[in-house]
Write a protein that binds this ligand. Sequence first.
Ligand code: PHE
Length: 460
Amino acid sequence: MEQNRSSFSGKLGFVLAAAGSAVGLGNIWRFPYLAAKYGGGIFLLVYIALAVTFGFALALTEIAIGRKTKLSPIGAFSSLNKKFSFIGILGSIVPIIILPYYSVIGGWVTKYFVGFVSGNASLMAGDSYFGDFIGSTGEPVWYFLIFIGLTALIVLLGVDKGIEKVSKIMMPALILLILIITGYSLFTLDGAWEGVVYYITPDFSKFSVMTVVAAMGQLFYSMSIAMGIMVTFGSYLKKDVSIEKSVYQIEFFDMGVAFLSALMIVPAVFAFSGGNEEAMSQKGAGLMFETLPKIFDTMPGGNIIGAIFFVMVFFAAITSSISLMETVVSTITDKFKLNRTLSCLVVFLGSAAIGLVSAFGYSIWADVKVLGMQFLDLFDFASNSVLMPIGAFATSIFVGYVLKPKSIIAEVEGLDENGKPYHTFRAKKMYSIIIKYIAPVCILLILISSVLDALGIVKI
Ligand code: PHE
């Protein structure tokens, strides 16, 4: 079994593969709208603080557990301790919830790409265009089915390696394009610079518990942690690669793309809304789709730039949806001993059915709200603000008090044939403190407050 496990060819291969899974709609679509909604600079500050502490500790833990056990999540946790195998199971449920609604948004991206290619730039810049689009019963559903169908086809045919190659070129190109769009909007839109100030200067009066709740959910989602994915990546990792350095690099990519995407979007929204912060906090999932077409509309060659931009976002999204679907397919294949083709079909049909709920959530089911949320937001909340924090909490208790941090530290340091550590683990003191004390206490508090808030018991 162990000998058959292929490994990443080199250090960079691992970092790029993990970053490819991490960088996706979470960075380009989700981060900017949360930053706009939760007070700009203060959200950014809280996010960075959480990323370099919790994010770092949890990603490192998962990769180390994967490399130590050489197993996928369910097997990995149960091989370490039977009582804690539920962490692996919990983690495997998360991608099942995320994949369907992720693909609904992937469908929106596809629609916008098609729209720009067919020369509809100015139509799409209209105020009610996005609302009308998601409020209709036809197109959002078809585009969703196209996106998830394509993901399933790629997973079934096993051509994800080809996609990965393409996205290695697309990713740097996307970053470049984001910089160009940002530059254009900052220098042409009135009031955009005040928007930059709003985005990067923390205003502590805007701090609330909800800022932390949102930032933490975003961190889990964006870094693909607390769902077993990093365990799987770690299981393919060779001993001579430093886990600590890799985590720094993955975080750098992930935060970099999120930071830049929000720099492209938040100041522009600020400018379009005339600096009205009240209006900014009302913004939601549609932000990227409403703001960018407005920028492209005024830009010379906006049709082409819009098309190129959305095709790149499409690639970033599909690499993530492939990695989500791969995880679900391999869980189902292992658990129910199905063959891969059948598993793919089951996952495709199941996700299509669950995703339809989100896709119809803005049209025929627009009035149905659970806990005050639309379906898409509800799924997003259940995975990012409930299941992932529970998984992360359980992981920190397990590693902090049962497995003990020293065993993760030993895996990170690695021993060569003379029994000497391969790598120095510079942040090991900080790591132990976070995983034992800070992570469990903070995650628990955040989890409780977000659930109480959703149930309407306490308004935070
Ligand atoms: N991290 C991805 C993003 O930011 C989402 C994702 C989650 C991808 C889990 C794979 C697995 O879009």
